[in-house]
Design a protein around this ligand. Structure first.
Ligand SMILES: Nc1ncnc2c1ncn2[C@@H]1O[C@H](COP(=O)(O)OP(=O)(O)OP(=O)(O)O)[C@@H](O)[C@H]1O
Ligand SMILES: O=C(O)c1ccc[n+]([C@@H]2O[C@H](COP(=O)([O-])O)[C@@H](O)[C@H]2O)c1
Length: 217
């Protein structure tokens, strides 16, 4: 029998997508031997203010950034749904697309993972996917009691163990090249008209210039 397909969802507000996200997607694909990484821009983040830059513009930056990358796609499915972009709905849609045998992984950075208990139907997430938590410099993986209870008994013993089943496990993962960078820091630089080269992909810089994004009113 052919090996089961390995798919990751790497979701974000991506306002804008930066090299921390892009290196993480590339290295995740390598480390987990993934067939496809779906980078998914949320339309309406469930847990923070609606971003000043539209979903379409954030998607345009993401699409341009991943166009040269093998096995990494910009996915618009959350932009096509009304209301807040709940991850549980997105994982259902990916599960429907790839089928019951697919190894489906939800990927989040440590900072996002620490808030898991306040997500919509956090226990259901595990019935749809594994959760892979990537380290992020400056964010320590110290779990609240609520998150500890959610992941209790689910920790995988490494990548092979994770890939032995379709969903339900949790794996903290160190990537080879952690990058200390946030979209907040980028927005601050852009607001001050400071140089953001080598923090953003050149393709993203072009979209920002063409669409005149992040300009002060
Ligand atoms: N430098 C990074 N290294 C690893 N993971 C990251 C990094 N930056 C963001 N992430 C992860 O990528 C996902 C999407 O993050 P998001 O789009 O909110 O970026 P951000 O840089 O955290 O943005 P902001 O500063 O606006 O909060 C989250 O799971 C987050 O933890
Ligand atoms: O489903 C939820 O309730 C939920 C709550 C908080 C965050 N998320 C998702 O987590 C991902 C990371 O969020 P962010 O804001 O750090 O980019 C992104 O895909 C969000 O839509 C999802």
């Amino acid at each position: 029998m052919a090996d089961a397909v390995r798919i990751a969802m790497f979701g974000g507000t991506f306002n804008p997508v930066h090299v921390g996200h892009l290196r993480a997607a590339i290295e995740l694909r390598e480390q987990l031997a993934l067939d496809q990484v779906h980078m998914i821009v949320n339309r309406e983040p469930p847990h923070r203010q609606v971003p000043g830059v539209s979903g379409q513009d954030r998607f345009a930056m993401l699409s341009a950034a991943v166009a040269p990358l093998d096995g990494i796609v910009a996915d618009a499915r959350e932009l096509e749904r009304e209301g807040p972009s709940y991850t549980v709905d997105t994982l259902r849609s990916l599960r429907d697309q790839y089928g019951a045998d697919a190894r489906l992984m939800m990927v989040v950075g440590v900072d996002a993972f620490l808030g898991l208990a306040s997500w919509r139907q956090p226990d259901v997430l595990f019935s749809l996917a594994h959760i892979v938590v990537i380290q992020r410099p400056g964010a320590e993986l110290v779990l609240s009691d609520e998150v500890a209870a959610l992941v209790d008994g689910r920790k995988a013993d490494g990548i092979d163990d994770l890939m032995a089943c379709t969903s339900g496990c949790y794996l903290p993962l160190r990537l080879p090249t952690p990058i200390e960078l946030s979209a907040t820091a980028i927005r601050e630089r852009l607001a001050l008209e400071q140089d953001t080269r080598y923090l953003l992909a050149p393709e993203v810089l072009s979209v920002i210039a063409e669409r005149q994004l992040y300009r002060q009113q």
